[in-house]
Design a protein around this ligand. Structure first.
Ligand SMILES: N[C@@H](CCC(=O)N[C@@H](CS)C(=O)NCC(=O)O)C(=O)O
Length: 202
């Protein structure tokens, strides 16, 4: 089997954790290369997109862009649809997870505390409920995006829910996704997936 290595920062969240979980659910052994942010600057210029995560597969090269990595793993291991129209629905949800990140992440750079709170309250009042409503409409019968089987789109939604419902973003209520049972079912399905439970227990 080709050697596989994931490189990301040393925490159980963000885009790198999505890749780790995809490989974990796929049952694919991988080297979990966790780097110190202090050393990131030295490697940045050599990365495909000057960012992490990256996935290295022996004999195939180095891959960047999280959703592309997830789709690669997903298609290889039955975690992403091969049928084009169904894949487009999963892809849309994956890209929407990135949209949400791109709305919230810039608020971490706001130095003024009152301004930061106001920006996040605005997101909590407006953008995030609209986002969750759109996600809820697209999920289908559940419990996962593709029905009975978990896939990489579910991992993306799980990570978003873990980030926000886990209280990691001040001023955004941790129960903001509670009115969206399909989204919560997806998140809980990944959280309680036997491979994920085993991953966090190890
Ligand atoms: N579109 C890229 C974004 C990657 C990204 O921004 N990664 C962050 C960590 S989650 C990073 O490397 N930040 C450091 C930097 O950009 O200097 C992806 O989806 O992989």
């Amino acid at each position: 089997m080709a050697k596989t290595r994931v490189t990301y920062f040393d925490f159980a969240g963000g885009r790198g954790e999505e890749v780790r979980l995809a490989l974990t659910i796929a049952g694919l052994p991988f080297e979990d290369n966790r780097i110190d942010p202090k050393t990131f600057g030295q490697m940045k210029a050599d990365l495909p997109f000057a960012s992490l995560p990256i996935l290295e597969i022996e004999g195939h090269g180095v891959f960047g862009q999280t959703n592309a990595i997830l789709r690669l793993i997903g298609r290889q291991h039955g975690l992403h649809p091969l049928e084009l129209f169904e894949a487009a629905r999963h892809d849309a949800l994956m890209d929407a997870a990135e949209d949400l990140r791109h709305r919230i992440s810039p608020t971490t750079q706001i130095r003024n505390a009152a301004e930061k709170t106001a920006a996040r309250q605005q997101l909590a009042d407006d953008y995030i409920p609209q986002w969750a409503h759109c996600i809820e409409r697209l999920i289908g019968e559940g419990p996962f995006v593709g029905g009975a089987q978990a896939g990489v789109a579910d991992i993306k939604l799980y990570m978003v829910d873990k980030w926000i419902s886990g209280g990691n973003v001040d001023d955004i209520p941790t129960d903001i996704f509670d009115p969206y049972p399909k989204l919560k079912a997806v998140a809980n399905g990944i959280k309680n997936h036997p491979a994920v439970v085993a991953w966090y227990a190890s």
